[in-house]
Every structure is written in C-alpha cells, then in structure tokens.
Design a binder for this molecule. Structure first.
Ligand code: UD1
Ligand code: M6R
Length: 679
C-alpha cells in the first residue's frame, strides 16, 4: 500500500542530485509494499525565496525518475546546486480514491504555488464534508483523492490567521489545527513554502518512523547515544528521515523514534519537537501539549541492511524461501530450553510468561488473521487443542467484523499478522478489546499497531519480509504458535514424551528445511510441466489442510494461475466432479494420522483418471501411488505438528518457478500490496 519517505539535511551540504537520489532510493525501498504511482517534492531557489517543486507520475519509480530528470533538463535546474539545509518529501501511492494518475498522486498540494504539500498514507473519512466547506471558501480541487483536503485546509488555516493579523503562527500550530479537523486513519508529512527547511509529520492509525543520524556520531563508536542530543537543536549537522517503513531507513540510520498515535513531530533548525494530541473524551477535537524530548526515547532498529537486499538471489521471494532455515532459527532463538542439570525441555516466551495463567483459564481461544497469517494459525490449531484442551476457533478478520461475531471476556483472542498493520486484523483487534477479551499478538513487526495494541504477544522474529507473497513469515509463525501451544499446555506427565518430541523436532527443523529446499530443481521441472495450465487443485487434511490452502494461495497470488486448496474430507461433497485426465491435482499425504484416509483419496482420484502429484514422506513413493501413475514429491518426515513447515516449502518453490516461467512479477504481483492497510 502507500509509502512515505522524507529527508531533511541540516547543517550539512547536499547537492540537489544527491537529495534526488536519496528520495528515489527511499521510494525504491517502499516499492515492495505495492503502488501504482509516485511523486516527490524538492526545493528550487527563486529570487531569494524557496519554492517547492512537485513531480508526480503514474506507473513505477523509474518512470518518475526519468520524468524528473527530463523536466530538470528542460528547466535548467542545476543538479549540482548545494543546500546546507533542505527538506524533501516522497510518496508511493496505491490508488483508493481516484484512478492512478499524476493529479491523484502525492504530494497533494494546496494551490498552484505549492504553499502547503502533503504526502499521506491512510484514509480521511470526513474528507467530503471538509471539501464542501473548502469549496464554499473558494478552493478548487484537481484530484479525486481524500488527501487533497489536507494541504488546502492547511492553507485555509494559515491564510485566516494572517488575515486576522497573526503572522506568528508556526508550522506546527497550522498542522495541529489541521489535525483537529481530520477523521480517519493517517500518517502525514507536510512541507510548505512558508516554512522552508522544515518538515512536520503526524499520525493516527498508520505507521510512521522518524530516523535520526547525527553526522559526528562516529566519535561515540555508535554504542551509546543520547536521545535528547539527537532530538534537540544543538547545531550539530544531522540528517532526519521520515518513513512509513523501517526498511527505507536502515541503510541510513538505526536510531529511530516510533511516532505514536496523536503525536506531531516538527523538524526545525536541526531539532525535533514532539507534540501530543490529547483527546477530550466524548468530544471531537482536543488539546495539544509539547513533550520534552526526554520523554520520547529513540529505539534501535533490529534490522540489518543485508535483510533488505536480494544478495545472490534474483527475487526477494526466492531469497526469503531459501533463508527459511535461518529465519526459523532466529524465531526459536532463546525460546527453547533443553538440557541443563534437570534435563527438562521447555519453552520460554518472554512476552507471554505473565499472561499464561489467564490464557489457561480462558473458555476459548480464537485465532484471528487474514490470508497467509490465517493459514498459519489454521496449521497450528490442532496442536494447540491437543496440548491445551481449550477449544480453538478460527476467524478471518473481515468475516468476524462483518458478522460482529461473539467475542467474550473469557476468550483469549490471538491476532496473527506479519506486518502487524493489516486493517481488517487491526479493526478486529479493536472489536475484541471493546468486548473485553485478552488480546495476544503474533506479529513479525516490532512497533507495529497490532504489537502495540495487544495486551501481550510474541514477536515472530523472521526478519524483514519484502516479497508480497509471505513465505518465511508463514513458517516462522507456525513455529511460534507451536511454541505457544507448548507454553500454554500444562507440563503433565502424560504429555511429557509428546512435548519433548516436539521440542526435539523444533531443534531439528532448520536442517530438515535445508533438506527439503534441495527440491528446488525438481519443482522447477514440475513448474515447466504445469506452465500452461489454467488451474491447480491442492488437497490436504488434518495438519495439512492449511498447507493445501497456503500452497494454493501462493500459486494463485504470484503465478496468476487459478488454484484452490481444499479439505480432502470434502472431496466427495462436490470437488470430485472437477476431476478428469487433464486437471492437475496435488494431494498432500505425509505419514501422520490421516495417512490411510489420504491413501483412499488417492485411489478414488486414480479411479477417475485424475492427474495426480502426490506429496509424501520420503520412501513412501511406491506405496502412495497404488492404483495408477502419479508424480511424487518426497519430503523429510518431522513431528506431525511441524510437518506443515516442511510441506509448504516445495509448494512455495513451485509457485516461485511457475511465476518466473510464466513471466510475471514475482515480488509485486498484479494488484496486490504487501500490507493491506485499507478495508
Ligand atoms: C524480548 C526482546 C528481545 C530480547 C529478549 C530477551 C523486544 C522486541 N524483544 O524478546 O530483543 O532479546 O526479550 O530478554 O524488545 N508483544 C505484544 N504484542 C505482540 C508482540 C509482542 O504485546 O504482538 C509484547 C510482548 O508481550 C512483550 C514485548 O512485546 O512484552 C516483546 O515481545 P517479544 O519480542 O516476543 O519478547 P521476547 O522474546 O522476550
Ligand atoms: O501482514 P499480514 O500477515 O496481516 O497480512 C495478511 C495477508 O494480507 C497476507 O498474508 C497475504 O495473504 C499475503 N500476500 C499472502 O502471501
């Protein structure tokens, strides 16, 4: 979805070409989130004043880059001109209100002179009312966006204050006033020709980070730093960055401030002032107080630059599939305890230890998520039920909201989300909080809205996932939820052997995933075979019902081939009618408690001359294909509850190769965004 990037250099000379490159690179880092247009604003000095220039284009970042350089050439704008202080803003837009077009792209502007400019993530829900008022006051609108009301409102407020003789209104006062009128979810960055070399950011709902880089920091070895010094105007040369995504910041600085809801951050004279909006309960609007810098500590990003580069791989999805042995290891690090004097094997989830008693007492556990995160929860449901004895129900977040399904105080609601920002899951969280449930998050993004707003939770720690198709987050989510089941489940004598077997299995899992990744070539061959197919069915059951859904989701979302994951137990209740000699069908049949039932499914499909691809445990090829011929994918066997982690890997590889062979965009599939921040 939309992405924000902004850069302000203070007391350090930067050429225009450098600033442009930095903004473009920021946008490239945001590309993976999905977008259909982009824009930037930089300054131009004209007759002793600073005039913001705006460049906007439909299409990809490279189209924007080309158009900017073309315009720069045509207007003789000097690329080598240096600015000791300069404020630039940039944006990638994923169309919601109005088609992808330059006029609807951001920055949106107040007027032809670009007195106020805004880049915006989120949705302004009361924009129509605001627009009507502004039109009544003589404003004309050029876009169909909800965003355009924001810069125009800023100009309206600024002009009114000036007409009334108040020439002292600061940039933050203008923005604070604008914010008072806005409803909805947003992260905003403002730039203005009235306040050159200043930037203001604020947010409510959508994520936003401030990155700070003090250019003399080498002197303190980067080991310790003083937040107050970083945020105060001490004249030191500094660089500030705003971004909606940590991956656009990490190459510049790891020192960040996670902007909280209701906060306004004003960058001016090398310092950052932070204001807090205080709601007046029961009324619209509220008051603002200025927070002393000391109240807002900077945090250090736990992300490495390598994580956001493709390394030796051609695509992020490919890289993320292949790095699963490492991401799984990181997800388990410090959380599995084995050996020691008492030789007890156990699990320690730091974020949950104080809440386990409450969870154990809950009447029901409700898993809530969307897409792949929902599938990961589904894969973990049987082991949670088995080890805890608590009923576990599944909710797709949007469906729970549509039905306003019952959630009780005695429930534990577990919210599963890679990004931690998915709108449906976030709204379902608000709903569950209102209903008094204990809310637990399973999120991959530290500082995300779901991580912050849940009562407690577990970070998945799979590392930054950039490919729109979720792969390594899925397997890490399952592993975290298996650990969750072990943590909640009582350590009874009867379950001890099973628990220990699972913990041993978790320790061995990364090496088993390494083994299954060796099927890469085989999956490419299979993809060649299936390249021209219209459709693919995937049948699974038990632990691997989720594998069928997730495998099919991967194939459809990236290779754009129709694919359905189905519960094999439902086959005779409809899907069997589809079976013929041409339709390829993957049947997942590992050696678990469902094995004999899956054997019978295979026989029934053979009897209808089905075109089968069977995924089975290593060594089972001959026994699974009784009654007809089929192609076999043999995978290593692990503990049943961990088998979905192994079994999804060949299907991820298949989806990847199908996409490459069919010539589609692997990392940014058509129409999709990495985090779906609108309903
Ligand atoms: C934490 C530290 C980790 C450190 C470890 C060792 C963080 C983010 N993690 O990991 O760097 O190495 O202690 O002591 O600083 N939470 C939610 N909702 C969520 C996810 C998490 O409320 O969706 C909360 C947890 O309840 C917890 C905190 O966030 O209070 C950190 O969670 P997590 O990172 O999972 O904790 P540890 O694994 O203990
Ligand atoms: O960030 P989340 O885990 O909340 O995202 C949920 C879904 O949007 C996401 O899993 C989506 O289905 C992926 N594109 C699947 O690969």
């Amino acid at each position: 979805m939309c992405g924000i990037f902004a850069y302000l250099n203070f007391n350090v000379s930067r050429e225009r070409s450098y600033i442009l490159q930095l903004l473009f690179n920021g946008l490239r880092r945001l590309e993976y989130r999905g977008y259909d247009s982009a824009g930037i604003s930089i300054d131009f000095s004209h007759e002793a004043s600073t005039v913001p220039l705006v460049f906007r284009q439909e299409g990809n970042i490279e189209t924007l880059v080309k158009s900017v350089y073309k315009e720069v050439g045509a207007t003789n704008l000097n690329l080598e001109e240096s600015f000791s202080t300069h404020a630039g803003i940039a944006h990638t837009r994923w169309a919601t209100h109005g088609e992808p077009a330059p006029r609807n792209s951001h920055p949106q502007t107040s007027d032809l002179k670009n007195e106020f400019l805004v880049v915006h993530n989120g949705v302004i829900t009361n924009y129509e009312v605001l627009k009507e008022t502004l039109v009544r006051h003589g404003f004309t609108f050029e876009s169909e966006t909800d965003t355009e009301v924001i810069p125009k409102l800023a100009k309206f407020i600024f002009d009114n204050a000036n007409e009334e003789g108040d020439k002292s209104m600061t940039f933050s006062q203008v923005v604070l006033e604008v914010m008072r009128h806005l409803e909805g979810a947003y992260a905003l960055v403002f730039k203005s020709r009235h306040y050159p070399n200043e930037l203001i950011a604020c947010k409510r709902g959508s994520p936003l980070l401030l990155g700070v880089k003090e250019l003399t920091e080498q002197t303190n070895n980067g080991t310790s730093f003083n937040d107050v010094k970083y945020l105060s105007s001490n004249g030191q040369p500094k660089e500030f960055f705003f971004s909606s995504d940590a991956s656009a910041l990490v190459e510049h600085t790891k020192k960040v401030l996670v902007v909280e809801d209701g906060e306004v951050v004003h960058l001016k004279d090398g310092g950052a002032s932070i204001f807090k909006f205080n709601h007046i309960k029961g009324k619209r609007g509220g008051t603002f107080t200025r927070l002393p810098s000391i109240e807002r500590a900077l945090s250090v990003l736990e992300m490495e630059v390598e994580q956001i580069n493709k390394g030796k791989y051609e695509h992020y999805m490919q890289k993320e599939i292949h790095e699963q042995p490492e991401s799984l290891t990181t997800s388990m690090r410090g959380r599995l305890l084995r050996g020691g004097s008492c030789k007890v094997k156990s699990v320690l989830l730091g974020g949950l230890k104080d809440h386990l008693k409450t969870i154990r007492r809950s009447r029901r556990i409700v898993f809530i998520g969307c897409g792949t995160s929902y599938n990961a929860a589904l894969a973990s449901r049987p082991i949670l039920e088995e080890l805890t004895g608590i009923p576990v129900t599944m909710e797709i977040a949007s469906d729970l909201l549509d039905r306003q399904g019952p959630i009780y105080r005695e429930d534990t609601a577990i919210f599963v989300s890679q990004s931690g920002e998915t709108a449906d899951t976030l709204l379902a969280l608000e709903y569950a909080l209102e209903n008094g449930a204990l809310c637990v998050g399973i999120t991959n993004t530290v500082g995300s809205a779901i991580a912050r707003n849940t009562h407690c939770g577990v970070h998945v720690n799979a590392g930054c996932e950039i490919g729109v198709a979720s792969t390594k987050a899925y397997t890490s989510q399952i592993v975290v939820m298996v650990m969750l089941a072990l943590a909640i489940g009582g350590d009874t004598l009867s379950s001890q052997a099973r628990r220990e077997a699972i913990i041993d299995g978790l320790f061995e899992l990364p090496s088993k995933v390494k083994e299954v990744l060796k099927l890469d070539e085989e999956m490419r061959d299979l993809a060649r075979l299936l390249i021209a197919e219209q459709s693919l069915l995937v049948f699974g059951r038990g632990y691997n019902h989720a594998t069928a859904l997730e495998g099919a989701l991967k194939v459809k979302e990236v290779s754009l081939m129709h694919s359905e994951g189905m519960l094999a137990g439902e086959m005779k209740h409809g899907p069997l009618a589809l079976v013929d000699e041409t339709l390829p069908i993957v049947v997942i049949a590992p050696r678990d408690t469902c094995f004999s039932k899956q054997q019978s499914v295979i026989q029934q499909l053979h009897a209808r001359k089905g075109r089968l691809i069977v995924m089975c445990t290593k060594g089972d090829a001959a026994s699974v294909c009784v009654g007809g011929s089929c192609r076999v994918i043999e995978v290593p066997q692990v503990e049943d509850c961990l088998q979905p982690v192994i079994n999804i890997v060949p299907l991820q590889l298949l989806a990847y190769h199908l996409t490459v062979l069919r010539g589609y965009n692997v990392d940014q599939p058509r129409n999709l965004a990495k985090s779906v921040t609108t309903q």
